[in-house]
Design a binder for this molecule. Structure first.
Ligand code: SF4
Ligand code: SF4
Length: 442
């Protein structure tokens, strides 16, 4: 590799790393605005879940055909990533195919990458055609703006160009080596079928075309790395860690608020005040979630990792029966709200208020109370996002901070408070129903 190519590559890499580092710092600052309260324990169990759901793509296979295509794209990306690392090493060190020293292993990796590039290209064409020409219901919805569709098509098109340039690079590499009498390193099951098409070209032309494809491929990777964090395709980075961070409690289990529990225990048993508790003290300034600074960091992580696939909304009984609720929208709203309020909070301080909130300005009470807490959405989500947990936290805010639950619920809550039961009868009258029974006959 020429020295000038090496220098240009290193400059491009430094710019990429610089922009990416800025994005990471910005994201870390936004995460700091959210709440703690999701300790990451049980690493072994998490690893198993990640291998099963993320690497094994088990949930995706519930829709066999499109699931298989998506899984092949995912697995292909992992293999191709190794080839991309080699390109970066070559670019920095000025070498040519530095990993060829791996011998047979190198042949297997490069061969698999060549085949996967072809499969991914086909899959992406199918995905694009499906988005552009077929009316897939779950791709629509009130939360899906024109930009969301454009964003998805841009990302898919970029992946397609990435695969075409990879195949182009391999094809011209083989043909150039054949024309110049060089040894070929690696195996190329697909590209070797394409190479003879260019057999009439001169060595210089083949070299130039190889270089063009090499640069297009690596610069696109650099661009992609910095575009993804601002796109729905951020899940390319975050879906695997998000599955690792799965909420391990059974679906539907509500989080216990330690400070509320303590209050109730004190009411029932004043001695509890002196008992030691190993539970973490919560940093509660507000019960439940009103705005984006009330969510725990994992909720924000979920919102960034959400692929906007709509699988959750497509199984939501509330949505299916025509209610306003869409679990996908809940996740997208968290992301959008943080995008709106987060930077201003960073600038003006944590107490900054724009007189708006996640509840009502983004998510209506009607949506929140439409949830049946069936957990079908969480069950279906391919990256284990738990939407009902967040919905319940927003309901918790409405009930505990504003007493703004639906009328029937408010009546039940006051009965529990006054009578110790959901009914409107005092405790002394509880056994009245048994007065006329024969067991009470003397
Ligand atoms: S838990 Fe709520 S949001 Fe999720 S599918 Fe059921 S009704 Fe829809
Ligand atoms: S929450 Fe999960 S299922 Fe719903 S759109 Fe996002 S990734 Fe898809």
């Amino acid at each position: 590799m020429s020295m000038s190519k090496q220098i240009i590559f290193i400059i491009a890499l430094l710019i990429t790393l610089g922009v990416f580092t800025y994005t990471v710092f910005r994201l870390v600052a936004l995460f700091k605005l959210t709440k703690k309260g999701f300790p990451v324990r049980n690493l072994g169990k998490r690893f198993n879940e990640m291998m099963k759901v993320a690497i094994g793509q088990t949930k995706i296979f519930r829709r066999p055909v499109i699931g298989l295509l998506h899984a092949l794209v995912f697995w292909g990306f992992i293999v191709i990533l190794i080839g991309s690392i080699e390109m970066v090493l070559d670019g920095i060190l000025g070498t040519e195919r530095i990993l060829k020293a791996l011998g047979v292993v190198y042949d297997v990796i490069i061969g698999a990458g060549d085949v996967f590039a072809f499969i991914i290209a086909i899959a992406i064409v199918v995905f694009l055609a499906r988005r552009l020409f077929l009316h897939v219901k779950r791709f629509g919805g009130i939360e899906m703006s024109h930009w969301n569709h454009v964003d998805a098509n841009i990302a898919l098109s970029l992946i397609l160009v990435l695969m075409i340039s990879l195949l182009g690079m391999n094809t011209f590499y083989i043909q150039h080596a054949a024309a110049a009498g060089h040894e070929v390193h690696g195996v190329f099951p697909v590209s070797q079928l394409l190479a003879p098409v260019f057999s009439s070209m001169q060595v210089d032309q083949l070299f130039l075309l190889h270089e063009i494809n090499w640069w297009v491929h690596i610069l696109l990777i650099f661009f992609f790395a910095n575009y993804l964090p601002y796109s729905k395709h951020f899940h390319v980075f975050l879906s695997v860690p998000n599955v690792f961070l799965t909420r391990l409690e059974p679906l539907g289990k509500m989080d216990t608020k330690e400070n509320v529990k303590k209050e109730v225990e004190l009411m029932m048993d004043p001695n509890a005040a002196f008992e030691e508790s190993d539970e973490q003290e919560e940093e509660t300034t507000r019960f439940g979630v009103l705005d984006v600074e009330d969510v725990v960091w994992k909720n924000y992580f979920d919102s960034l990792a959400c692929t906007q696939c709509g699988r959750c909304t497509s199984v939501c009984p509330a949505n299916i029966t025509g209610k306003k609720l869409s679990p996908r929208k809940i996740m997208m709203d968290v992301r959008d709200r943080m995008k709106e309020k987060g930077p201003k909070m960073l600038k003006k301080g944590k107490d900054y208020s724009d007189e708006k909130a996640l509840i009502r300005n983004y998510i209506s009470e009607e949506e929140l109370w439409a949830c049946t807490t069936c957990n079908a959405c969480a069950q279906e989500c391919p990256i284990n996002i738990n939407q009902p947990q967040l919905i319940l936290e927003m309901r918790r805010y409405l009930v505990m901070e504003e007493a703004a639950g639906p009328g029937d619920l408010n009546a039940i809550f006051s009965n529990i408070e006054n009578n110790g039961a959901p009914w409107q009868y005092s405790q002394e009258d509880r056994m009245l129903w048994a007065d006329d029974l024969y067991i009470n006959e003397k």
